[in-house]
Design a protein around this ligand. Structure first.
Ligand code: FES
Length: 143
């Protein structure tokens, strides 16, 4: 099953987060593990919102614990399942528009299991439905 930040936040809230710091740290570790070994910035702010704390608090924990780290490059994940690419050739658009500029990392991922809401993409771990070229341009330019 696809990892989901909201479900993870809800789980760790039941374990005592944000009052119990060990539950917050466990959430941060899971976020890192599920995102290729580094926590995307965008995900950190969403987690802070979900926990009802300031992003700075989570940032301070990440900085204090050497085993945790933030990703310094943006990551665009494009759903390459059987349905999303049929609705829009976003991989082709990204390749043509940004090529190998190194502005961000592009990954294609298997079906995100939300085909009805596609095309689905993630930018720094944050999920977007009904993605199109305009949304990708906006995300890249706002970085
Ligand atoms: S093909 Fe993209 S969510 Fe299934």
């Amino acid at each position: 099953m696809e990892w989901n930040l909201t479900e993870a936040v809800n789980y760790y809230r039941k374990q005592g987060a944000p009052g119990d710091q060990s539950a917050v740290i466990a959430l941060l570790r899971e976020m890192q593990q599920e995102n290729g070994g580094a926590i995307p910035r965008g995900l950190l702010s969403q987690a802070a919102e979900g926990l009802g704390v300031k992003e700075g608090l989570l940032l301070a924990l990440v900085k204090r614990l050497p085993s945790l780290r933030l990703s310094d490059t943006h990551i665009l994940e494009l759903c390459a399942g059987p349905n999303c690419p049929k609705r829009a050739d976003l991989a082709g658009f990204v390749e043509k528009t940004y090529g190998k500029t190194g502005k961000f990392t592009v990954k294609t991922v298997p079906c995100m299991r939300m085909c009805g809401k596609g095309p689905n993409i993630k930018w720094d771990g944050v999920l977007y439905h009904q993605a199109d070229e305009a949304l990708i341009r906006k995300l890249v330019e706002e970085r």
